[in-house]
Design a protein around this ligand. Structure first.
Ligand SMILES: Nc1ncnc2c1ncn2[C@@H]1O[C@H](COP(=O)(O)OP(=O)(O)OP(=O)(O)O)[C@@H](O)[C@H]1O
Ligand SMILES: [Mg+2]
Length: 378
């Protein structure tokens, strides 16, 4: 039987939980010719939401949709490489005409794409080294997107990555192109709120005010609880709403962590069983144990101050004012200034993240399982 709690790949609609409001909002903005800035904490469900929207009949029928995750890119050249490959991949199944249009527009790398003279089957040999004039290729890509046979939507996931590219003015360059486009719209997405907000909300930055912000919070508690109870029920297993709610609260409603727990719980259960709190806690324990080695490795790569700061944040999560005298004293840290430095580093490597509540920053460990492991271990 299919495990209804999907952890990888594309989630079929029947196993996709809620996000109805967000789906409607984003589709409305896109139809209204707006670009979107989609942000959330890590692992809340941005990528899956984008895929879900691309699969919606209102979008699927009328647009070419492209999705590129640029997390692994470190230069404009690599980004251009990823975008070109994505467009090609999406167009191949759409037939010769759609593909030909793309290939005749991207002249600077056209040599890497060909069609078998006998069968007409498309072939691609594009390598990073083939992108010798990234700015020109980028311009050609945007020209294609603007003149394609149907309107396009391009989702660029982990968009904050462009801020570390060594080439100067990448933001301004992209913005110049995107500003001129009418037929292609963009979903910029990512979890580094710090960088993305600076990019899109500072008056002095090229992307200022150029996308509608959509912030993705937790899936509503009651909707998630109903979803989980229903899925177990359909498989002939029983779980009380209270038990699901207990897990949801234990992990502050973060989608991935809940989903991973129920995925594993489901995998180890069989029809006729009743799953209770104890079985949830045992599943969590198993997951923490599985990850224990990796967590120890992370700890050993940190300085003593970074380690102590991380542990203190895990214990107080959501931690307020971690660089104040009171926090430092409570957690027996060295000094506010060394804690400040350690915190900056932890944020930089994304081990720690923050949200804003009542105009104040609240810090927590980005990986919720790691946070629980830290609490249990130290
Ligand atoms: N609406 C949903 N219904 C069912 N499962 C979901 C849903 N949204 C997210 N998930 C689960 O949570 C996991 C994380 O989602 P996703 O990868 O979309 O998060 P993300 O915000 O893009 O994370 P990251 O910041 O790491 O890129 C998914 O793999 C899936 O298991
Ligand atoms: Mg993602």
């Amino acid at each position: 039987m299919t495990n209804p709690f999907f952890l990888t790949g594309i989630i079929p609609d029947a196993y996709f939980c809620d996000r109805e409001k967000e789906t409607e909002t984003i589709i409305r903005h896109l139809k209204n010719q707006d670009n979107i800035l989609l942000t959330s904490s890590r692992r809340m469900g941005k990528t899956q939401l984008i895929r879900h929207i691309f699969n919606d009949t209102r979008i699927k029928g009328g647009y070419h949709t492209f999705y590129a995750d640029i997390y692994a890119t470190t230069s404009l050249r690599e980004m251009v490489f990823f975008l070109s490959k994505e467009i090609y991949k999406e167009l191949v199944p759409k037939g010769r005409k759609a593909l030909k249009m793309f290939l005749t527009t991207i002249k600077s790398i056209a040599a890497a794409f060909s069609m078998d003279p006998v069968t007409g089957a498309p072939k691609v040999s594009l390598q990073l080294g083939d992108i010798t004039t990234p700015e020109l290729t980028l311009e050609e890509i945007f020209t294609y997107l603007e003149t394609a046979d149907v309107p396009c939507i391009f989702a660029i996931d982990e968009f904050q990555q462009i801020s570390i590219y060594p080439e100067k003015n990448v933001e301004a360059l992209l913005r110049t192109h995107i500003q001129k486009m009418n037929k292609c719209h963009f979903i910029f997405s990512g979890s580094d709120r710090h960088i993305l907000e600076r990019m899109f909300s500072s008056y002095s930055k090229p992307f200022y005010n150029s996308a509608k912000p959509v912030y993705l919070g937790c899936i509503e508690r009651s909707k998630y609880v109903d979803f989980v109870v229903d899925r177990f029920g359909k498989a002939g297993m029983s779980i009380m709403p209270d038990t699901v709610g207990f897990c949801y609260d234990h992990f502050d409603g973060y989608t991935y962590y809940n989903h991973k727990i129920f995925h594993d719980l489901f995998a180890n259960a069989s029809p006729g069983m009743t799953l209770d709190r104890q079985s949830v806690l045992e599943t969590v324990q198993m997951i923490l144990e599985e990850n224990s080695h990796a967590y120890s490795e992370i700890m050993s790569s940190l300085s003593i101050t970074q380690k102590q700061t991380l542990i203190a944040i895990a214990k107080e999560s959501p931690a307020r004012k971690p660089t104040s005298g009171a926090f430092v004293k409570r957690n027996a840290l060295e000094s506010p200034s060394s804690t400040q430095k350690a915190l900056a580093k932890l944020l930089d490597v994304q081990l720690v993240t923050y949200g804003v509540k009542d105009a104040e920053k609240e810090y927590s460990v980005s990986d919720k399982f790691f946070e629980h492991w830290l609490r249990a271990t130290y």
